[in-house]
Ligand binder design. Structure first.
Ligand code: PA5
Length: 433
C-alpha cells in the first residue's frame, strides 16, 4: 500500500453503526465493479489499463522522443478528461516553473494547453507566446467531435501550415477513438500518427492511456514508473478493508455525505498538487453528480486560500468536509537563517526548515477546522514522485467507481453535459441538431 488514510480529524463525525453498513455497501460495490455487473459496465476498460498499457509504452516513448527532438513547444489540444490528467501530472512531477525555464534547464519542450476554452484572446496570446519557436500539436479527443479542441486545432493547424507547409506528419499527433470521429478521418487522409483510446475507457478515466501518457512522456516523465505505481494500486483493490485505502475513502466520504456534509474540498499545502485537485474534481463531479445526488467536489490550495476561504471554512455553514493530500517528504532544505537585528521578528524560527513551518501550519489548521466542525480525511503519501502519482491516479479512479455505485448512479456516463451543447449548437445554427 503506497498511501494511507488517516481519519483522526474526522473521528467525532463517524458513527460505528453507519460505518459498518457502508463498509458492507462498499465491499458489494467493489465486487460488482470487478464482476462487471454494475451500471455502465461497458466502460470499465480503465480497470486493467495500467497493465495493458505497458505493451504500448515503447511506441508512445518513441513518438515523444521525436517531438522532443523537433519541437521547442508542444501544444496539447483537449478538454476535460482529455487534458486534466496530463496537466496535473506535469504540475505534480516537474519544476514549478517548467515552461518558464531556459530550454537547457527544462530538458524537454515547453508544454501549453489549448482547446480548454473558447476565448479568442487566450488563443491569440498562445500563438503570440509560441513566437518563432518550433512546435508540434497533440490533439486529444476521444469523440473527435468536441467543439473547443476542434476549433483550437483549426487555428493552430493553420499556424503550422504557415511555417511548415501542408505535410505535417511529423508535427501533428492525434489521440482518439480507434474508428470513429473527425480525427480518425484526418489521420487516414493526412497520414498523421494516431494513438488510440480504448472505447471502453471514458475521458475522465483516461489519464493512464495515451491521453495522459504521450504529453507526460514528452515532458520527460518516466511513464513506465507511472504505470507501475498504478499497477500496485490495481493489485491493492483486492485487499481487505483495513488494508484497502480505496474502500476506506469511499466509505468515509459517503458517511460524511449522509451526515449532511455535501461538499468535499480537496486541500493541499504544496502548489504542485493544485492541478491534481482539478483532475479529481472532474473525475468525481462528472461521475457522481447525477439524479440530483452527489458530493460537490471543490478544492483549495493552502496556505494561499487560508487567506481567502479560511474564514468560511472555519466559521461558515457546516456543510463541507476536507480531504487533505499530505506529502511527507519535502524536496528542498530551505533552512531559515537568523539575522542580527531580527526586524521581521522571525528569529524564533532560526534553524527550522520552511517545510517544518508548512507542516505546522497544516497541523494547526487541521485542528482548528476539526474543532470548528469540519471533518478532515487525510490521504498521506511518502513523496510526490512518479510511482506514487500512478498509485494516486488509480486510487482515486477506483474509489470513484465504488463511491458512485454506493450512491446508486452510473459513474461512467455524463448525460448532463449534453444540454448546454445542444442549446449552443442551436444558437450557432449547426446543421442536423
Ligand atoms: O470525461 C469525459 O468523458 C469528458 O469530460 C470528456 O473528457 C470531455 O468532454 C472531452 O471529450 P472528448 O475527449 O471526446 O473531446
Amino acid at each position: 500500500m503506497r498511501l494511507s488514510l488517516d481519519f483522526k480529524y474526522s473521528q467525532k463525525f463517524i458513527d460505528e453503526k453507519t460505518l459498518v453498513r457502508l463498509k458492507n455497501e462498499a465491499i458489494e460495490a467493489s465486487k460488482s465493479l470487478q464482476a462487471k455487473t454494475g451500471k455502465g459496465n461497458d466502460f470499465l476498460g480503465w480497470m486493467d489499463l495500467p497493465s495493458r498499457m505497458k505493451a504500448q509504452t515503447e511506441r508512445i516513448q518513441s513518438l515523444a522522443n521525436s517531438i522532443r527532438l523537433n519541437s521547442e513547444v508542444l501544444i496539447v489540444i483537449g478538454i476535460g478528461g482529455s487534458y486534466l490528467g496530463a496537466k496535473s501530472g506535469i504540475h505534480f512531477l516537474k519544476h514549478h516553473f517548467y515552461n518558464e525555464l531556459s530550454a537547457e534547464k527544462r530538458d524537454g519542450p515547453a508544454i501549453f494547453f489549448a482547446g480548454t476554452n473558447m476565448s479568442p484572446q487566450y488563443l491569440k496570446d498562445l500563438i503570440d507566446l509560441i513566437g518563432d519557436r518550433s512546435f508540434s500539436l497533440n490533439v486529444i479527443s476521444k469523440s473527435g467531435t468536441t467543439t473547443e479542441p476542434a476549433i483550437a486545432f483549426r487555428f493552430l493547424k493553420s499556424e503550422l501550415e504557415k511555417r511548415y507547409g501542408k505535410d505535417l506528419k511529423d508535427r501533428i499527433f492525434l489521440t482518439t477513438d480507434p474508428d470513429r470521429g473527425a480525427l480518425t478521418g484526418m489521420a487516414k487522409n493526412e497520414g498523421y500518427e494516431k494513438l488510440v483510446i480504448d472505447p471502453s475507457v471514458g475521458g475522465r478515466f483516461s489519464v493512464l492511456s495515451p491521453v495522459g501518457l504521450l504529453p507526460l512522456a514528452v515532458a520527460g516523465v518516466d511513464i513506465n514508473a507511472l504505470l507501475s505505481g498504478a499497477e500496485a494500486a490495481m493489485k491493492d483493490v483486492d485487499n481487505t478493508y483495513d488494508e484497502n485505502p480505496m474502500l476506506q475513502y469511499a466509505v468515509v466520504r459517503n458517511h460524511l455525505y449522509q451526515s449532511g456534509f455535501k461538499i468535499e474540498m480537496m486541500i493541499n499545502y504544496e502548489p504542485r498538487l493544485h492541478f491534481l485537485a482539478e483532475w479529481w474534481k472532474q473525475l468525481y463531479g462528472e461521475s457522481e453528480g447525477k439524479e440530483h445526488k452527489g458530493i460537490f467536489p471543490a478544492s483549495a490550495s493552502y496556505t494561499t486560500d487560508l487567506h481567502s476561504l479560511g474564514q468560511y471554512v472555519q466559521d461558515g455553514e457546516r456543510h463541507l468536509f476536507q480531504t487533505l493530500l499530505h506529502v511527507e517528504e519535502s524536496a528542498a532544505g530551505m533552512v531559515i537563517q537568523g539575522t542580527a537585528d531580527d526586524l521581521d521578528k522571525l528569529n524564533y524560527l532560526e534553524g527550522k526548515t520552511l517545510d517544518y513551518v508548512n507542516k505546522k501550519a497544516e497541523e494547526a489548521t487541521l485542528q482548528a477546522h476539526y474543532d470548528g466542525g469540519v471533518p478532515n480525511i487525510i490521504v498521506k503519501m511518502e513523496k510526490a514522485d512518479t510511482y506514487n502519482l500512478g498509485y494516486l491516479f488509480y486510487f482515486f479512479e477506483y474509489a470513484c467507481g465504488v463511491s458512485a455505485y454506493m450512491l446508486d448512479v452510473n459513474p461512467f456516463d455524463q448525460p448532463g453535459v449534453e444540454t448546454y451543447k445542444s442549446n449552443m449548437f442551436k444558437l450557432l445554427g449547426k446543421p442536423n441538431v
